[in-house]
Every structure is written in C-alpha cells, then in structure tokens.
Unconditional design. Structure first.
Length: 245
C-alpha cells in the first residue's frame, strides 16, 4: 500500500514585538540638555579667550551700550609698542600693584577688602574680563563668571597682552575709550608721547572717569596722580613691572 506523505504543518510566524520605549524621565532629559548647554558655553568661552589673545577687540559690551546711549563713542586701538612705557606702569601702580605676582585674582587684597567690609579688590585682569566678555554690574552671578574666566585668560594671554587690552578698552571720559584717544582728548599728544605726570593723571581718573578730569584735575586727582607717579617709579625699580617690561 502506497504511503501518503505527511502534511507539513504550517507554523504561524511569531509576531514581532515592538521594542519598549524607555520611560520618559524629565530630570534626566533636563540634565542632559543642561550639560550640553554648559559644554557649548565652555567651548564658546574657550574660543573667545584664544581669539582675543591675538585679535584686538574692536567693541565691548559696555562700549556698545554707551554708543547706543550717546549716539557715538571715540575709540582707536593703539598697539603696545606705541604706548609710552610709563603708562602701563602707572595703571599697575594705580589699580593693581601686585599685578606681576598673582594669577588673576589677588587673594590677599580680596581678604583685606572683606575684612574692611568694602568692595573692590578687582585686579586689572578681572577688569579686562568684565569689560571684554561680561557686563558692568554688581551681581554675584557676574562676579562668579568673572572669577572663573579670569584665571583662564591669565593662562592663555601674556601679562603684556592683558595690559594692552586694558589700556585700549578702559573708559577715560564719557564716550572716550582707550589710551590713544584719551591722550589726545586731554593733552593733545599721542599715547607714545605721554609724560610720567600725564600717564599718572590718566590712571588717577580711573575707575571714575565721568566725574574726574585728567587735564583739569581736582585736588584729589592731583594728589592721587602724584602718588601714582611715585608708585610707577617704585615698581620699575623693585621689579614688580618685570612681567610686562
């Protein structure tokens, strides 16, 4: 008797189950985006720090706000070699006598200021960071950013470069920015031709240039300028100007 072949059983293909989506975790999602934003901000900050180590900043946030308020400002960049050597010494003597001894934050000066219950104690490096990268104001958030960025600038820029930028972005009168314009504005000379007393007077009107005059000094400005002139000569002798001259 012929054998009939067994019928093949038709198996139904197994149903493919869609992979389960992981549950939405809002805190993890928020943390992920915050991390990305922080890394992007750090990358942008690093790029800006390296860029201005070699590129001259033509406009700062404060310059822009003053231009919007006044309609126009005066600003002209002057290279380091075209600034009288007594000018950076005068700025250091006036604002930051330990400029060559710290890494951006003068901890001793900060502690002294806190003990005396007063503000201030900002180094020239901190003022450059505030002027070039941040905004003017007294908020703790801005001060925290300043404290983070300043050591990075000190690490990348030379001390000479920090002073060069400082002297070129500082405000010396309403709408008058930079030592080149200030030298002509007050004394009718180029920055390279500033005398020790002229340089001292320019340094003496900082950080309140809108209420002080270098060409028509008050008794306070005159006295302060004399102290700055002596201080500039002192730091030239004792080596505290050695990191930039």
């Amino acid at each position: 008797m012929a054998r009939t072949p067994a019928k093949k059983s038709k198996r139904k293909p197994a149903k493919k189950t869609a992979p389960k989506r992981p549950p939405f975790r809002p805190f993890a999602w928020l943390f992920g985006w915050m991390f990305r934003l922080v890394m992007l901000a750090l990358a942008f900050a690093a790029l800006a720090i390296f860029a201005f180590a070699v590129i001259n900043p033509s406009m700062t946030p404060y310059m822009y706000s003053e231009r919007q308020r006044l309609g126009a400002i005066e600003h002209e960049w002057v290279d380091w070699d075209d600034i009288a050597s007594v000018m950076p010494r005068s700025a250091v003597a006036a604002e930051d006598a330990n400029y060559c001894l710290h890494w951006g934050l003068d901890v001793t000066a900060i502690e002294r200021a806190l003990e005396d219950g007063r503000g201030g104690a900002s180094t020239i490096s901190q003022q450059v960071v505030k002027n070039v990268y941040l905004w003017h104001g007294r908020s703790w958030f801005r001060k925290a950013l300043e404290a983070v960025i300043t050591p990075a600038v000190e690490l990348v820029w030379t001390k000479e470069r920090i002073l060069e930028v400082y002297l070129n972005v500082a405000e010396f009168d309403e709408g008058v920015f930079g030592v080149g314009v200030a030298a002509r504005h007050y004394f009718g000379v180029e920055a390279a031709d500033l005398t020790p007393i002229q340089a001292a007077r320019l340094a003496a009107i900082l950080p309140s240039p809108k209420s002080r005059s270098a060409s028509n000094p008050s008794d306070f400005v005159r006295s302060r300028a004399n102290s700055i002139r002596d201080g500039a000569a002192t730091i030239a002798r004792d080596g505290r100007a050695g990191c930039f001259q």
